[in-house]
Write a protein that binds this ligand. Structure first.
Ligand SMILES: Nc1ncnc2c1ncn2[C@@H]1O[C@H](COP(=O)(O)OP(=O)(O)OP(=O)(O)O)[C@@H](O)[C@H]1O
Ligand SMILES: [Mg+2]
Length: 288
């Protein structure tokens, strides 16, 4: 999808590198009650511009895997690279935007100032910053709340601020861990459509954790189905949603898709992949 001849290459990165490459990754946590193997034998490549969702029962290691990619933790074995760099270098270079389960906003900054933070860090001039923040707040429907503080917002609104902040610099990679979990159904569907559009427009790759099968199907090029204890990749389901069932571009993912036969077929395919787990293994996964 990305043409290596025209993609600007950051120092230390390989031209045309994959957005994320996870090879032979295990993660073992040493706890007082013994070792917990959270991940085992994870191999996963996310292409530049690709949208990949992770789905699986609670505790199967989705957040752990995201934290390894974001260099918030280290694998016990195996390697993680981001745009051909080490996860640490990619973090230092701020190659990606993050929106995780907790919104992680700065309580002493207004909504607008939270969204502006990454732009400030990178020395974007104040006029350009104001324009960009206004655009982002409009996109997440929070224009009227620009001057409020996070504790004056609902959980879902805080989550939308975090999403706007993650998108501030049009990153080539977005890491999103259940970013829409706290949203009502209507807002959630709107945010899904917006995210698909934004990712298509900016060519950003997205790694997205969700408990909702329809959400994963609507958003993704591929859905990675994980199984628990230890967390492994059970199956990778490629979404085929075009009229000719040969796949479709993300730009074509409009509201009508949710009513289409191909959409239901893909929901079924992902559900069946999940239910390959032992009885009860798919607990915590929404099918709505
Ligand atoms: N810092 C830690 N120390 C010890 N164990 C941990 C730590 N972080 C995660 N774990 C364990 O690793 C496993 C995977 O946890 P993780 O948070 O990645 O699951 P998850 O798939 O994101 O679940 P959920 O869907 O509930 O968010 C769990 O058994 C959890 O208890
Ligand atoms: Mg999690």
């Amino acid at each position: 999808m990305t043409d290596p001849t025209t993609t600007p290459t950051a120092p230390g990165a390989t031209a045309g590198a994959h957005a994320v490459e996870i090879t032979g990754v295990d993660k073992i946590f040493d706890t007082r009650s013994g070792a917990v193997q959270a991940l085992e034998g994870i191999d996963l490549t996310v292409a530049a511009g690709e949208f990949v969702s992770l789905i699986g029962p609670s505790g199967c290691g989705k957040s752990t895997l995201m934290r390894l990619v974001a260099d918030l933790d280290e694998p016990s074995t195996g390697t993680v690279t981001v745009f051909g760099k080490s996860a640490k270098q990619a973090r230092l270079d701020q190659d990606y935007g993050i929106a995780f389960q907790q919104a992680g906003l700065m309580p002493w900054r207004t909504v607008a100032d939270n969204v502006a933070l990454p732009l400030e860090v990178h020395g974007v001039a104040s006029a350009a910053r104001r324009d960009r923040v206004a655009h982002l707040l409009d996109m997440v429907g929070l224009t009227d709340f620009a001057d409020r503080y996070p504790d004056q917002l609902s959980g879902g609104m805080q989550q939308r601020v975090a999403i706007a902040r993650a998108l501030a610099e049009q990153p080539r990679l977005l890491l999103m861990d259940e970013p829409f979990g706290a949203l009502d159904e209507m807002t959630r569907e709107k945010m899904q459509a917006d995210l698909v559009r934004i990712a298509a427009e900016t060519g950003a790759a997205v790694v997205f954790v969700t408990h909702s099968i329809p959400e994963a199907v609507f958003l993704s090029d591929r859905v990675v189905v994980m199984s628990p204890r230890p967390g492994r990749i059970r199956e990778v389901v490629t979404m085929r949603l075009g009229a000719d069932a040969s796949g479709t571009s993300r730009a074509a993912r409009t509201e009508g898709l949710r009513e289409e036969r191909a959409f239901f077929d893909m929901v079924t395919a992902v559900r069946e992949a999940l239910h390959g787990a032992p009885v009860g293994g798919a607990r915590g996964v929404e099918t709505r």
